[in-house]
Design a protein. Structure first.
Ligand SMILES: *Cc1c(COP(=O)(O)O)cnc(C)c1O
Length: 365
């Protein structure tokens, strides 16, 4: 289905609410079904999920599917809480971290004030602002594409950024974030840690010190469970209760029984997580070197993707030629400052060797 854009005014239904007319829906990266395609465009994990995840989902495929899942997801919350050194009342579970983020925008950000996020970041943030009628302002990254924390006001309707940032992959260290939070006790700060397991420092323990901090996490990238749709947040119990108030005004059962047991098994199998993350991190450093040799400027990534710009060949051109070779990568035409960049997810070592070979050929043409 094609999403209508704002300039398709003539196609708008007269029955739409004003909010719907003003929406700017997020457009996810292409999902290809063809197995011959090397898919490096949506930051999925190239490795299978833990076998223990599959096993526990299989064990739950039975009569109990006639029953609703636990609306509070208590067992999974306790499992996560134990790992994070917090209580179950500090953990919220949702249908992917996108849904957790949506509830955070609704529950915690203030209508009538301004929400701040980086000018180059996850493009779902402005989408949610429009959905929830929030004013927002984009804050410029530094010339090195780093988040410039100094530029965020001390009081606002809310602040959100990913750490590491997407699509740059660059992380902020914990001491910098701690100083930032110390100086902004009256503003809600959401740190989106969708990629944190790939080598960034987590801020989850700071949630016990700063009652205005919410950290969100995903099972989609590091745990290789994008298809299961599950994510969570960690924060002061008052923030978590706010999220549950929104969730329980929207959908009592957003996370199904299979996702609950699968995610629990994933959390319990930390050695498997460490194994696949370590493979991706080592492939990431190999590809970074190879791309640098091919005259790409490679931003320092703490995530499972690289954000790269070639010194002379246009990004759109490279994307087109890779596509002809059955390799998908992501290109963002906006803002202008990143038009020259490609975002390349880290696949298996074999996938990435093919990518580098094809790039070498394309650039030699
Ligand atoms: C992928 C991603 C998410 C969403 O993750 P899901 O858990 O799959 O909904 C959130 N934030 C950022 C920055 C992401 O890249």
């Amino acid at each position: 289905m094609r999403h209508l854009r704002k300039d398709d005014l003539s196609n708008m239904s007269k029955f739409w609410s004003d909010i719907v007319k003003g929406l700017d829906p997020y457009v996810p990266g292409e999902q290809a079904n063809d197995a011959s395609i090397i898919k490096l465009n949506t930051n999925e994990n190239p490795y299978a999920p833990s076998p223990k995840v599959i096993e526990s989902i299989r064990d739950s495929l039975g009569d109990q599917l006639r029953l609703y899942p636990d609306p509070q997801a208590l067992v999974l919350r306790e499992t996560i809480a134990e790992r994070e050194g917090v209580r179950a009342s500090n953990v919220f579970i949702g249908n992917g971290s996108d849904e957790v983020l949506a509830h955070a925008f609704r529950a915690l950000f203030k209508v009538g004030e301004t929400v701040f996020f980086p000018d180059i970041t996850y493009s779902f943030y402005p989408t949610y602002c429009k959905l929830f009628d929030l004013n927002y302002e984009r804050v410029a990254l530094t010339t090195d594409f780093e988040i410039d924390l100094e530029l965020y006001p001390s009081r606002s309707g809310g602040i959100i950024f990913p750490n590491p940032n997407a699509p740059t992959g660059i992380q902020k260290d914990r001491p910098a974030l701690e100083r930032f939070l110390q100086s902004r006790p009256d503003t809600i700060v959401v740190i989106d840690e969708a990629y944190v397991e790939f080598g960034a420092q987590t801020s989850s323990s700071l949630t016990t010190v700063f009652p205005n901090l919410l950290v969100t996490r995903s099972f989609s990238k590091s745990y290789s469970l994008a298809g299961l749709r599950i994510g969570y947040a960690i924060g002061h119990e008052d923030l978590i209760e706010g999220l549950y108030r929104v969730k329980d005004s929207f959908n009592s059962y957003p996370v199904d029984r299979l996702a609950l047991v699968g995610a629990e098994a994933a959390i319990r199998d930390q050695s498997y997580l460490a194994q696949i993350v370590e493979k991706i991190v080592s492939t990431r450093s190999w590809v970074s070197n190879e791309l640098a040799k091919l005259n790409f400027n490679v931003l320092p990534s703490s995530a499972n993707f690289l954000f790269v710009r070639h010194s002379s060949v246009e990004a759109e051109n490279i994307v087109k030629k890779l596509r002809q070779q059955n390799i998908l990568v992501r290109h963002f035409p906006n803002p202008d400052r990143i038009r020259g960049f490609l975002r390349i997810s880290i696949g298996t070592a074999d996938d990435m060797k093919i990518l580098v070979d094809r790039l070498r050929t394309i650039l030699a043409e």
